[in-house]
Design a protein around this ligand. Structure first.
Ligand code: NAI
Length: 339
């Protein structure tokens, strides 16, 4: 079977990982073209992975009819322009990193443009849907293992940030409620199989001087009333001094499903004169690493077999809608109706 030829735009922190997965790990894919606005990044990937060609002009790739699909791993602020440029140039298969866009106007424009151009596959980078444990939770919920779901709890804590780095990152990221919770909006609606009817939020800037002045916060709690009656809450933080920490629980009429009650790095328990310790997971990359390969493998399989992705345009769109409603809820400390 012919390999699926992919071009990738964005070779930064995540794009390079995606390029490496395509090149080394996904056997039915070929890294045919790479692009970055930074020439040194292109040169470095060309040297290490030897793809078909490298460019700093993404339109060269979007106009290349030999490519079967495009992976977009640029900064979020460029997703809208790149998706629309690709769709209008006739690209039929796109994988794009989350979030879909930075404003409600952007996601409307993307939806309209993707639909107008009859795209085959549009996949969004909600990689947590490819985590083995979360997939197992989803299967058990759907099979009725916990009876009727009553509530979902999601905990998401980033390791403590360098203050200067956070103040630099904040204005372009959309802030804590928009950026950091984006995966949780998706996981919540995927696991429960329903959308939010109402969202309520509370939060503040507790740990980083200067963050509040940027209209951002570092901790919040959001409660969710789902359309199907399930209750939910999310708590998120940028202040976990001990490392990266996620937890999920879905509690139902017949039992409970839980993931990650303590963020252990591995199964080793160390004991010496200082006591008993376990090492902690240090970053999101370490925790979710296998999912980055799995989601791109699925993108390639979708192109090859004509199936639809697990997280598509509608999921991408809904998560951004949740983000804006949650932001309004936290900013105004009020209940926001999604209807
Ligand atoms: P980064 O800043 O490290 O890299 C961005 C890349 O985009 C660079 O190679 C840059 O040259 C390229 N780029 C920007 N504008 C361009 C243009 N006009 N033409 C060509 N290349 C251009 O960013 P990072 O951290 O890799 O994030 C990329 C995306 O991945 C973001 O949307 C982010 O939200 C998402 N992300 C997703 C994660 C997940 O867990 N799924 C985790 C981290 C990031």
């Amino acid at each position: 079977m012919e390999k699926v030829k992919l071009g990738i735009v964005g070779l930064g922190r995540l794009g390079r990982e995606h390029a490496a997965n395509i090149n080394y790990n996904i056997i039915n894919a070929e890294l045919a073209a790479v692009c970055s606005a930074v020439p040194e990044e292109v040169e470095s990937v060309m040297k290490e992975m030897n793809p078909g060609y490298g460019t700093t002009d993404y339109m060269e790739m979007f106009n290349d009819k030999n490519l079967d699909g495009i992976v977009i791993a640029s900064n979020s602020a460029f997703h809208c322009k790149m998706i629309c440029d690709a769709a209008n140039a006739g690209v039929k298969n796109i994988y794009c990193e989350k979030p879909l866009g930075m404003t409600l106007e952007e996601i409307d424009l993307i939806k309209e443009t993707v639909e107008k151009n009859n795209m085959n596959i549009f996949q969004i980078g909600y990689n947590r849907r490819f985590d083995q444990a979360l997939m197992s939770m989803k299967e058990k919920i759907d099979a009725g293992f916990i009876g009727k779901p009553i509530l979902i709890k999601l905990v998401n804590r980033d390791p403590e940030w360098n203050r200067e780095a956070l103040l630099k990152f904040s204005p372009t990221s959309g802030g804590l409620v928009f950026d950091m919770l984006t995966h949780d909006y998706d996981v919540a609606r995927w696991l429960i199989g329903s959308d939010a009817e109402t969202l309520y939020g509370i939060g503040g800037a507790y740990g980083y001087e200067g963050l509040a002045e940027l209209n951002d916060i570092d901790n919040c709690i959001i409660s969710i009333g789902f359309e199907n009656g399930v209750m939910g809450y999310m708590e998120t933080s940028r202040n976990a001094t001990y490392g990266y920490h996620v937890e999920y629980e879905v509690f139902g009429t017949e039992g409970s499903l839980r993931l990650g009650t303590t963020p252990n790095k591995d199964r080793v328990v160390s004991m010496n004169r200082n006591g008993v310790t376990t090492e902690c997971v240090k970053s999101f990359f370490e925790f979710w690493l296998p999912t980055f390969e799995a989601e791109l493998q699925d993108f390639v399989d979708c192109i090859q077999n004509g199936k639809q992705p697990k997280a598509g345009l509608e999921d991408a769109y809904k998560a951004v809608q949740w983000a804006f409603a949650a932001k309004e809820a936290v900013d105004k400390r009020t209940v926001v109706s999604m209807k």
